[in-house]
Write a protein that binds this ligand. Structure first.
Ligand SMILES: Cc1cc2nc3c(=O)[nH]c(=O)nc-3n(C[C@H](O)[C@H](O)[C@H](O)COP(=O)(O)OP(=O)(O)OC[C@H]3O[C@@H](n4cnc5c(N)ncnc54)[C@H](O)[C@@H]3O)c2cc1C
Length: 510
């Protein structure tokens, strides 16, 4: 760490102490005055001097400098207008410490970014964007199966590193989703019902907290175990900037993948069949089932196909037996069922990672979403107000029971342990759509989500967040809210890690 940085961290600590003595909180998220150019200069210099063990310097990128637009662009283009003051590409812990100290000292808001896929734009900011992407190294210990991954890695980096090892950590579907956001919010994938969520495989994490300390948190009492508990489902951006994660990997074997699409008939019966199979065999099969229109334009029941995509932990003939009910009910239009190596299966199942414009809501279902709920869903799909894109993700059921339910609701911060499916509802649009069209879609999504509450649990997946979600704190964290707020007080008493849906401090100290 450069002497400049050390001095600045020290100054920042002094400022914090003074603030605390006066009984005030450092208003880190409040922009009090125009940025001091020399403040940014100092940070840029510090970052240049902070190198990782390979000698790579960190870098501060300012508007109009090469790479700024690419580094600033979030996955959901809906938030692309939120332009950061500067972007700190951090190659190591010390750079992260320098950024936190700088933001506190300069009283600037900041946001943390890994893969940039937060649906609600919580990794965008008008202040300092702290980007951990350059920290993406992966070290696999073949003997113990423990894998340490830099907090900037994404699903694709994991797949590339694991492919030859015979091991895997259950992760997500989209290649460019970052492991930081994925893990901190839970981490669903096509292995979740058999092996658990990504956060369930976590054994340790390193993180820089608001006081500038780099901590190694584990489940062991006295080793920042509260921070470790919160890192398993407590949501990104709330307590610290994580710089690495250590997971227990599991062995992988050949699997069968499937992609089955039925013609637009008997949708409710097919969706019920698929749910029953999933509920009966969560350790064998992991499905993502949905109803979706074949084309852009008005959505009608007569154009809604049922599709299930997923992974089966057994040979193809056994899967065909398991799916005999829905395959016999209606002859599918597409029926791809293929046995293959685990990593080839992962490549088959990845999503195309659109850089789009979209809004989303999520819920959970315990047991199955029954006939009446599915009928209501179809009714809302038919009421979609229109737009330029085919709506591919209007109503999806992600299998989230099995091994996910084997963990208690309070054992980790991920509280949704009594559910069997995550329900996702989405609206998406393109630059062709006018503000009126976009607003109509968003109104539709809000009304659709509200009307489905009769059939779902009042819970939402923090990794499928929405700024318009009522009661978001309870919906994301349920009975774990009080503990998360206490942990917030313990690690971030000045509420430095703050965004529209960050964990608040306990009521008494607000
Ligand atoms: C196309 C697409 C496909 C998806 N597929 C899946 C899926 O299959 N399974 C699933 O579970 N989810 C999926 N998601 C949701 C995804 O898990 C969440 O959006 C996740 O939080 C994204 O993580 P990120 O690092 O890419 O995003 P970011 O936007 O960078 O981060 C997400 C949140 O975590 C914070 N954060 C980021 N890095 C850190 C850090 N190092 N320390 C502390 N806080 C940090 C950010 O500030 C932000 O609040 C998908 C999302 C998209 C857009």
């Amino acid at each position: 760490m450069s002497s400049v940085s050390r001095r600045r961290l020290f100054q920042s600590g002094a400022a914090m102490a003074a603030g605390a003595a006066l009984g005030s909180r450092v208003p880190a998220a409040a922009a009090l005055e125009a940025p001091r150019a020399n403040g940014l200069e100092a940070l840029a210099r510090d970052l240049r001097n902070l190198r990782d063990p390979q000698g790579r310097p960190s870098r501060l990128i300012r508007p109009n400098e090469p790479g700024f637009l690419v580094a600033a662009w979030p996955n959901n283009g809906r938030w692309a207008d939120v332009s950061p003051l500067a972007i700190a590409m951090c190659t190591g812990d010390e750079a992260v410490r320098a950024c936190i100290a700088w933001a506190r000292q300069e009283r600037r808001p900041f946001a943390i970014r890994c893969g940039g896929h937060n649906y609600a734009g919580f990794s965008t900011t008008g202040g300092l964007l702290i980007d951990v992407k350059p920290m993406s190294g992966i070290a696999i210990d073949a003997k113990t199966g423990l894998v340490t991954i830099g907090a900037g890695a994404n699903n694709q980096d994991m797949a590339d590193a694991f492919r030859a090892s015979g091991l895997a950590v259950a992760s997500g579907r989209c290649p460019t989703v970052g492991i930081s956001g994925l893990t901190l919010g839970g981490g669903w994938g096509f292995s979740a019902t058999r092996y658990g969520l990504t956060c369930d495989a976590l054994r340790a994490t390193e993180a820089v907290t608001a006081d500038g300390r780099l901590r190694r948190a584990t489940a062991k009492a006295g080793e920042d175990d509260a921070l470790f508990w919160a890192a398993r489902g407590g949501g990104g951006g709330n307590f610290a900037v994580h710089t690495s994660f250590t997971y227990q990997a599991h062995e992988v074997h050949d699997v069968t993948v499937f992609n089955i699409v039925w013609p637009a008939e008997r949708q409710v019966e097919l969706m019920l069949d698929l749910q029953e199979i999933q509920l009966a065999h969560p350790d064998l099969i992991s499905t993502r089932s949905k109803m979706a229109p074949a084309n852009a334009g008005k959505v009608t029941r007569g154009a809604l196909h049922v599709q299930t995509l997923g992974q089966f932990f057994g040979p193809p003939d056994k899967l065909r037996e398991l799916l005999a009910g829905p395959l016999g009910r209606v002859a599918p239009m597409v029926c791809e069922i293929n046995g293959m190596n685990y990593w080839a299966a992962r490549d088959y199942l990845v999503t195309d990672d659109p850089i789009g414009l979209y809004d989303i809501r999520s819920s959970y279902v315990a047991g199955r979403l029954g006939g009446a709920g599915l009928e209501r869903m179809i009714g809302w799909m038919e009421r979609w107000p229109g737009g330029s894109l085919r709506q591919d993700n209007m109503g999806i059921l992600f299998a989230a029971g099995g091994k996910v339910k084997a963990v208690g609701t309070t054992e980790t911060a991920y509280v949704h342990r009594k559910s069997d499916f995550i329900v996702e509802m989405e609206a998406s649009w393109s630059p062709l759509d006018t503000p009126e069209v976009v607003a109509a879609q968003q109104r539709w999504l809000t009304a659709y989500f509200a009307d489905m509450q009769d059939f779902v649990q009042k819970e939402s997946y923090v990794n499928f967040p929405s700024r318009d979600l009522p009661n978001w704190l309870d919906a994301y964290y349920g009975e774990n809210v009080a503990r998360l707020r206490t942990i917030k007080l313990q690690y971030d008493p000045d509420n430095v890690f703050r965004f529209p849906q960050s964990i608040p401090l306990p009521q008494a100290t607000k």
